[in-house]
Design a protein around this ligand. Structure first.
Ligand code: ASP
Length: 345
């Protein structure tokens, strides 16, 4: 994912920001856009393609959000899949969740050596009476369901990032803030966080995806290795239904990325859905929850990133982030688009 992000930043250096891949715009206010899929970060552009193969053929949102994020789990990136940044003991531990249009949901956390945690989460949803399996139990379940135990192998990027981190081994469980797509000198000065890019590597990301299919049903998914160099056993927001992901088919679907602890403490994705139920647009709803986190964190908000993307029942979408630098990908019949998110500070 970091490589994708860098590619985008290079494009933005050429003055191409918020660009439209297909030449069509994909405005968030267009109603009755279905099918449609949106996902976090620029890795979402590829992930959306995987989802679109399902949606464009009349497939379900549930199948689309699983297939879509599997594309990112297969890619080499800093923060998703088996080659991602490890925990501070050097092991990659993965979190994932999935939710459909009928409040069925499944998740896995602290899962090791399984390539597609999102598919294990779906099996938890469909084959067990439970919502969440963790650690060794989740791995045992995956093996029983026919998943292969992979050998642990960090990607070169993750290995380098980990070796860099080991030099100091300082445990700062703070999610870095991305480089701005539109550099803003004032903002850079004012919000220089102490941990910001202390070694130039991204220390977090999640591919989160929500989709509305042609039948009018919503579903969502997310998958991540969580915060790089985290404490062993740390679980973020992504596998917590209501925090990192929430879907209410009457209203909308939401996923989060950024500092998971601060998403969990406000039941983030669920809170965004509730604001949409009250009539807020997806962007306004995301903004209200981000602003709440900012109020709670006070001056500490300067050092963390939190972002939400939301899609409502009409196919309207929006996002909001605490800081500059977040973007999300949209795919519909209008084309494919990467949108820079509005932000708070
Ligand atoms: N939310 C993820 C976590 O805290 C990380 C991220 O999305 O950036 O595990």
């Amino acid at each position: 994912m970091s490589m994708n992000r860098r590619r985008f930043i290079n494009l933005s250096g050429l003055g191409i920001t918020g660009f439209t891949i297909s030449g069509f715009t994909n405005p968030s206010h267009v109603m009755d856009q279905k099918p449609i899929v949106i996902s976090t970060w620029d890795a979402g552009l590829n992930a959306n393609k995987g989802a679109w193969e399902v949606l464009s053929k009349g497939g379900t949102a549930l199948d689309a959000v699983e297939k879509g994020v599997m594309v990112t789990e297969d890619e080499i990136s800093c923060c998703v899949g088996l080659g991602a940044n490890p925990d501070r003991d050097g092991h990659v531990t993965l979190d994932a969740s999935i939710m459909d249009h009928e409040f069925n949901c499944g998740s896995v956390a602290f899962l090791e050596r399984i390539k597609h945690p999102i598919s294990v989460a779906r099996k938890v949803m469909e084959k067990t009476p439970h919502v969440m399996l963790v650690g060794e139990g989740a791995q045992q379940f995956a093996i029983a369901e026919g998943f292969t135990l992979e050998s642990e192998k960090l990607s070169d990027d993750a290995q380098n990032a980990y070796q860099n981190w080991l030099k100091k081994s300082t445990y700062k469980p703070i999610i870095n803030i991305e480089r701005s797509n539109k550099p803003n000198a004032q903002l850079e000065d004012k919000y220089k966080a102490p941990t910001r890019f202390d070694n130039g590597d991204w220390n977090h990301d999640t591919i989160g995806m929500v989709a509305l299919d042609m039948h009018g049903n919503l579903s969502g998914s997310c998958t991540t290795s969580g915060a790089g160099f985290k404490m062993r056993g740390r679980v973020g927001d992504s596998p917590i239904i209501g925090a990192g992901l929430f879907v209410d088919n009457e209203v909308g679907a939401v996923v989060a990325t950024g500092q998971g602890e601060d998403v969990i403490r406000v039941a983030g994705a669920s809170a965004v859905v509730e604001y949409m139920r009250q009539g807020k647009s997806p962007q306004e709803a995301c903004k209200l929850v981000v602003e709440k986190i900012r109020r709670i964190k006070k001056e500490k908000a300067a050092a963390i990133q939190v972002c939400f993307i939301a899609l409502n029942k009409k196919g309207e979408h929006g996002s909001f982030a605490l800081h500059n630098g977040f973007n999300y990908a949209v795919q519909s019949e209008q084309g494919s688009n990467l949108i820079e998110s509005p932000f708070s500070v």
